[in-house]
Write a protein that binds this ligand. Sequence first.
Ligand code: HPA
Ligand code: ZN
Length: 335
Amino acid sequence: MTTLTVLPKAELHCHIEGAAAPDLVRRIAERNGVALPDSLFTADGRYVWNDFQSFLAAYDLASSVLRRPEDYRDIMYRYLADCAAEGAIYVEVFSSPDHAAAVGMSYADHLAGLIAAIDAAKAEFGITGRIIVTCVRHLGPDRALEVARTMVSEPHPYVVGFGMGGDERQYDVADFLPAFRMAADAGYGCTVHAGEVAGPDSVREAITRLPVTRIGHGVRAAENPRLLDDLAKRGIVLEVCPGSNLALGLYPNAEAHPLRRLVEAGCRVTLNSDDPPFFGTSIGKEYADAASVFGLEAETLRRITETALDAAFVDDETRQELRQRAAQFAYQPTS
Ligand code: HPA
Ligand code: ZN
């Protein structure tokens, strides 16, 4: 294979509910006795959606089959195994307690499955996994604060960060300050989706109002050179998900996507898969496309992994171990 295969990779932005492949979701639905509408899948077994809103609805529906700790364990284990097989050494997944709560699952139960998978994948594939607990913006600030409160009151060493996804056109980002403040004060790293379906002002607001060191997506900051400059100067890390952006139609084609411009402006960029089966992508594909479609050099891709490890919400000892692994990385196919 190409030299790309031997590049160590790290991913900071993937929603675990959105990482569940359709076949696995169908199997879990069956064993839980949950009926899913046929309209969720195409004839050849892919998820059906056609814009951001219908993507969020399909995502909610697929997530609704997850009812037991082993369901979370199974999707997390498969995701970690797939990432390791593509040369990833570290991943942080977003996990949404609101999705678990919507089907009557406790925070502790949904977490237990994820933790079991992280332990198993570390032992079997050497990959390190961590969890960012996320609130859902369109569910509002009260729910967000409740999610932060639960996270802080039931800590686990694998839960390292707090984030927010959902529809960024709803509410003011400042409405969520109490939730982010609670998480940040308790020592959790913070990231927020901005500059994806809303424009550069949403990124400006996010970095001004919330205690975040990273922005989920942030690509639309490229529409404002001054903002790009500020992001670079402040060292804000962008969790860029090109495959997701193209699949959702934020940009008509790869030439129009600002990945290269963000890198050239000196922004700290990472590459991520967001919701891999929904967008027909994976962390390996994101790195491969960054080289073959966007023309990034292998050296830039190495730097992207270094940036992800620098920005990971892990303790210093784990970060040192990961940097060492990246430096000595020798690709071992796991299957
Ligand atoms: N944006 C916002 N919310 C999300 C996404 C996304 O790309 N994926 C899952 N929830
Ligand atoms: Zn996302």
